[in-house]
Design a protein around this ligand. Structure first.
Ligand code: EPZ
Length: 417
């Protein structure tokens, strides 16, 4: 198992290029199952979750015609296996994204129920409820979701909870359903909007995406997908915080400032310099960090995927900050590790109270989930002394060569096998 070693205290300086958005490419890969032909996707980030999804698609009969330099060509003409195997699905919850497309394409699906994960139980009850309403017969047996649908019909569906992949799943199923589907309380994440736009380019008839209500007019078939994945807003936010926590000066070159507005505003509130231009953001320290409160919400609110990284920054802020996690029930796994570095944090349910300290000290650390591990790297960059972070496979799920990008910015960081 790889480990990452960080010698803290270096100010990050320079420019960094952000890779494609993991949470945009995963649904688009699943959506290729709605087509029969050569799908061309560019800007694909080489992260573990993408490799897992590609393996899953190959198991379903999709042929990878070519895949290099972030460009993949997938031939879906002969994908006729409806079963997504446990050994793949259990490592990545987002595998459930093939459920809707398989039912739409083959009229059947057998997808292992995703295990929970460190941040919460993460059920897919809303995915199932929506697909059943569209006419699928769904049973749960031997840890598999078994679905059958002679055909899918358009429905009006209300999401009790905003669900990103739930919205994506039903959106993809609705594209080939009979009649109109209305999804209410739909997710507005840029990744969902991108999926809808790409499906429309392939012949779907989707409107309202980016608002609470998405309407889909079912059609009979789609052309193959062609697209370029946009830069990852969570990676962008992670590097913005890396610049702030090390009192550095970093320009993030290819990003979409609109996607990270809540993070820019919070950093400005914390007295960090944030200069925004068309597709660049420069984060420049202006001195001590002020404490700032934050509460996570679905997009366009403050993203839950940045909560752990922002908390790392607040451990070194002046004063007390309150962070409330409203999306997941157990997304404070980073707290105990940050406290081992000397952070002063107390938890009360979904609320974390952080009293800023003068400095953190490097320590041996254990990563638990993707974003918690990013927060430990950020804290280690600012800590005095060295830190060794183990189980870094978590971080490789969502970041392309994070240690290479950080060392290019002057961090003293390396990976050991
Ligand atoms: C997506 O997960 C992202 N993953 C997550 O990013 C992100 O944290 C999350 O959205 C919230 O923004 C991908 O896009 C692949 P949800 P998803 O369904 O879709 C509850 C990362 O770090 N819920 O929006 O699984 C659920 O338990 C990952 O890249 C139900 O109760 O999240 C959670 O509390 C981590 N029933 C809340 O809704 C359901 O059927 C939001 O979950 C579905 C969800």
């Amino acid at each position: 198992m790889d480990k990452i070693i960080v010698e803290g205290g270096k100010q990050l300086k320079g420019a960094v290029r952000i890779s494609g958005a993991k949470n945009a490419v995963l649904p688009v890969l699943a959506a290729t199952l709605l087509t029969r032909g050569r799908n061309i996707i560019q800007g694909v980030p080489k992260v573990r979750d993408v490799a897992t999804m590609i393996k899953l698609l190959e198991d379903l009969g999709v042929e990878v015609e070519s895949y290099h330099n972030e460009k993949i060509i997938l031939d879906t003409s002969r994908a006729d296996n409806p079963e997504a195997p446990y050994d793949l699905v259990s490592t990545m919850r987002a595998s459930c994204l093939v459920l809707g497309p398989l039912l739409a394409r083959l009229g059947e699906a057998r997808v292992s129920l995703p295990g929970g994960c460190a941040i919460g139980e993460r059920p897919i009850d809303l995915h199932i409820k929506g697909l059943e309403a569209m006419g699928a017969k769904i049973t749960l047996e031997h840890g598999y979701v078994q679905g059958k649908a002679d055909y899918l019909k358009g429905i009006k569906f209300y999401f009790d909870t905003v669900s990103v992949t739930g919205t994506a799943n039903l959106l993809m199923a609705a594209v080939l359903a009979e009649g109109e589907t209305i999804l209410e309380n739909a997710a507005k994440e840029p990744e969902v909007v991108f999926l809808a736009d790409i499906l429309n380019l392939a012949g779907a008839k989707i409107s309202g995406h980016g608002t609470d209500i998405i309407a889909i007019e079912g059609t009979t078939s789609l052309k193959p997908i062609e697209c370029t994945i946009f830069p990852d807003r969570i990676e962008t936010g992670t590097f913005m915080i890396a610049a702030a926590i090390t009192q550095g000066d970093v320009t993030i070159e290819n990003c979409i400032p609109k996607h990270v507005e809540p993070i820019s505003l919070k950093l400005q509130e914390a007295q960090v310099g944030v200069e925004i231009s068309k597709n660049k953001i420069r984060v420049k320290s202006k001195g001590p960090i002020s404490c700032v409160n934050a509460k996570t919400h679905p997009y366009p609110g403050f993203p839950t995927d940045i909560q752990a990284q922002f908390m790392a920054l607040m451990t070194l802020a002046q004063g007390q900050s309150i962070i409330v996690e409203t999306v997941f029930e157990n997304r404070f796994m980073h707290v105990s590790e940050l406290k081992r570095m000397g952070a002063d944090i107390s938890l009360d349910g979904h609320t974390a109270i952080i009293n800023g300290v003068k400095s953190l000290s490097g320590a041996p650390l254990m990563a638990t989930d993707l974003r918690a591990s990013a927060s430990l790297v950020l804290a280690a960059l600012a800590a005095k002394g060295s830190s060794i972070i183990s189980r870094v496979y978590h971080i490789d799920r969502g970041y392309v060569g994070i240690e290479k990008k950080l060392s290019k910015l002057g961090a003293q960081i390396r990976r050991i096998k």
